[in-house]
Design a protein around this ligand. Structure first.
Ligand code: FIX
Ligand code: ZN
Length: 443
């Protein structure tokens, strides 16, 4: 049996990489390895500098994050219409005053803003935002991105790119230079979930499709996806699906999934990310903050994994009640990779529950987290939270392993952390056996 390395006086010496760790050494070693490992952030709403103002950053964007807007409307007597009539700066002032001055910012999202201000040595208790605004206004985006990713311990960010978003599509059409830290994803919600409202955009670009997606529409959509593959070189395709999503079911969306998206993913050797369980716009007056969650019937996922064994599915579910099922399905289908604690799941207490369950059922064969950051500096607190939570969970897992009869070394910890936060994602995002002409994105 591997035994822990003690120095001549029996105390816990500093472990070298191959030494078996004592129970006492485990937490600090795990914390150190998590802190020093650069993570891949597999899902964000951040943009490379080439996208200009589409990419959000700075204090006013941090405060008007839809998580905080939802909380603001709980405390404030202001109405949504009154709030939306304000300028971004006035909205940020209102949220700062209500959630950070008149009340204690103890929610996960509010603590996040405090953590970002502290990370930049900015005041966290001031009544106004002048100093914070002056600081962010003084930053140049490229250098700021580099600094923020360094602070967050993130080496690669995966964007969310919608080929049917007019503002974003215009940038892609002009050509976007590769950025060493940003990867693209082709987001297909408008095609798969709202075809009737968007098919004319494709028709307008010369793709012979119709409202029923009949006839050759499937093949034309495949052509559209292939054209955008050449523009974006995405690392996967993605769609968020409602809690009512069912497969098979005779919908236009499912027909395009089967006839266009899944074949295109196989052809381009890309995973398809399914983010399942959102109830869009349950309170439309709150705009982005108006979405909610519903428990989905994951039979749809079971059917997709079984019917399309050559497709890979990167899956995150929004409902707490679906988390255990997802873990079980991942044990049944190796073409299914669970990732992240999405949106309303991204709270430390729930991240802890989900991650412990996943380690107990999947070992290290899953991707524990993504940031879903919409504002650049959010990666700082979201990944800090994740490292804090994972230190406890991994240390407990190794302590139990030691108790059960096998010790771990620092090398073991490094291998597991690298797998969880980097190589699982890299393996799933890179083409498996790149054909000679497929450009391999370098990480
Ligand atoms: O569908 C998604 O990618 C969601 O993450 C977003 O729509 C959501 O608004 C969000 O920001 C969650 O964190
Ligand atoms: Zn998202």
């Amino acid at each position: 049996m591997r035994t822990a390395s003690l120095n001549s006086t029996g105390e816990n010496s500093v472990a070298s990489n191959g030494d078996v760790l004592t129970e006492a050494q485990i937490p600090s070693i795990v914390e150190g390895v998590l802190a020093s490992t650069q993570f891949v952030d597999i899902h964000t709403h951040l943009f490379a500098p080439a996208f200009g103002k589409i990419g959000l950053w700075g204090i006013d964007e941090l405060l008007t994050y839809h998580y905080l807007e939802a909380e603001y409307f709980r405390y404030s007597d202001s109405t949504p219409s009154r709030y939306w009539s304000l300028s971004k700066r006035e909205q940020a002032d209102a949220i700062w005053k209500t959630l950070f001055v008149e009340n204690t910012p103890i929610s996960e999202a509010a603590r996040g803003v405090i953590a970002v201000l502290k990370a930049f040595q900015l005041p966290t208790e001031s009544s106004g935002l002048d100093e914070a605004r002056a600081f962010f206004e003084a930053q140049t985006i490229e250098a700021h991105i580099h600094k923020v990713l360094q602070m967050a311990g993130v080496c690669t960010l995966v964007m969310t790119n919608d080929p049917l978003d007019p503002e974003e599509a215009a940038v892609w059409m002009k050509g976007v230079a590769n950025h060493k830290q940003f990867r693209a994803v082709m987001r297909l919600d408008r095609i798969l979930c709202n075809w009737s409202a968007h098919w004319q955009v494709l028709a307008g670009q010369g793709y012979q499709v119709d409202e029923q997606a009949s006839g050759k529409s499937g093949a034309k959509v495949r052509r559209f996806l292939a054209d955008w593959y050449e523009r974006m070189h995405p690392v996967y395709m993605a769609v968020s699906l409602p809690d009512t999503f069912e497969y098979p079911q005779g919908t236009v969306g499912n027909r395009l999934l089967k006839e266009a998206v899944l074949p295109a993913c196989r052809e381009m050797d890309l995973p398809l990310s399914l983010m399942i369980g959102v109830r869009k716009g349950v309170n439309p007056s709150l705009r982005l903050a108006g979405d909610a969650v519903g428990r989905a019937n994951l039979r749809a996922l079971e059917n997709l994994c079984r019917e399309f064994p050559d497709n890979r599915f990167l899956v995150s579910v929004l409902s707490r009640e679906n988390q255990h099922e997802l873990c079980v399905y991942a044990r049944k289908f190796s073409n299914l990779m669970p990732f992240g604690c999405w949106w309303f799941m991204n709270n430390p207490s729930i991240v802890e529950e989900i991650t412990r369950e996943r380690i107990e059922m999947l070992g290290t064969s899953f991707i524990p987290q993504h940031s879903d950051a919409r504002v650049l500096e959010q990666v700082i607190y979201k990944w800090n939270n994740t490292r804090r939570t994972l230190t406890r969970i991994l240390a407990d897992s190794y302590r139990l392993l030691l108790e059960d009869g096998r010790g771990v070394t620092r090398d073991d910890v490094q291998r597991d952390v690298t797998r969880l936060f980097r190589s699982n994602a890299e393996a799933w995002m890179a083409p498996r056996a790149p054909a000679s002409d497929t450009p391999t994105p370098s990480f």
